[in-house]
Design a binder for this molecule. Sequence first.
Ligand code: PLP
Length: 395
Amino acid sequence: PIYMDNHATTRVDPRVVEAMFPYFTEQYGNAGSIGHAFGEAAREAVEQSRTVIASAIGAEPEEIVFTSGATESNNLAIRGVAERPKRRGDHLVSVQTEHKAVLDPLARLARRGYDVTLLEVEPHGSSRAGWLDRQRVADVLRDDTALVSVMLANNEIGVLQPIAEIAAICRERGVTFHCDATQAVGKLPVDVRTLGVDLMSFTAHKMYGPKGIGALYVRRTRPAVRLEAQITGGGQQDGLRSGTLNVAGIVGFAAALQLCTLELPAEIERLAKLRDRLWQLLRSRIDGAELCGPNLTGQAATGGPLRLPGNLDVAFGNVDGEALLLAMGNLAVSSGAACSSTDPSPSHVLLALGLTEDLARSTLRFGLGRFNTIAEVEAAAETVAAAVARLRELR
Ligand code: PLP
């Protein structure tokens, strides 16, 4: 089988597994235990990992809050700001193409009376499809805006948003800014000070680390961000997120991020080449294949790419993505037909770009990663082309 669904999750790198192992078998102490060596060793491992993770994103160790993943980090950021008794107001701003882990908490707050504005992005067919113009943010900020939340890299179409520019506007207006950087950390250089974000979510399992461990960066330098805790109990992590720390997970998270940082410049180039080759093969073999999201060669105004290097999203048209997935058996990718197995409607991201439901249902998302090779890219293109041809014949 060929795995090209690295936006969904990644294989844990064997070097990460090795780093985690002792924290299951020997150093199994609770990082909160005082007065014995087991607790001490666990605490030391957590604090060392915290330092590694913080420095990889340009933060200070005390600015990292460990969570169970980016879903929890997003919830803590959004509800944590919105539910502060002392806040600017009840207006919250985000984007139509955000992950459900941002949109759903916002929808719940809206049901409770908050005023939520979801911004539109550049439409399908434009060279910057999916991109958010910072002016759209500037136009909706109000005196009662408490929070703006914009993702760095989109998990379906890979578009990279102009986070530094948007954060600067928010800063000027005194609005707290949250960024869901889940798909970007470990894959691109990400520095919280350069970006100017106040809150930033990320997770280990998208960067060849384990599932179930993530983090929220919470700015401590002025203007420091104050959050309402969402999970309360033993008061761990300064009371911001109670619960026994996932020591092995945290060690794996740090090991994974460290490896990504080390290999990042070469990996960006390698993945972009693989991705470009995949698109070249698909478009030459399949009639009507359309790229979803921004141009592969598009540049941001500040230089740098407009799209995640390992991301490709293609609408084939005149074929059903779900059927395509089944027809391809040994190739693991995602379809734009269902963004989650429990929700049969087409991807809200593709609909927000203006794709018709039929076109959205005909898409496949390819997420290339560390363990993919050029031979796999060529085999995958072959498999997709054959499956599309077969299914179209049946129509
Ligand atoms: N945000 C984005 C952009 C994602 O791609 C994902 C992954 O599915 C999440 C949030 C949720 O992350 P987690 O699985 O760690 O909760």
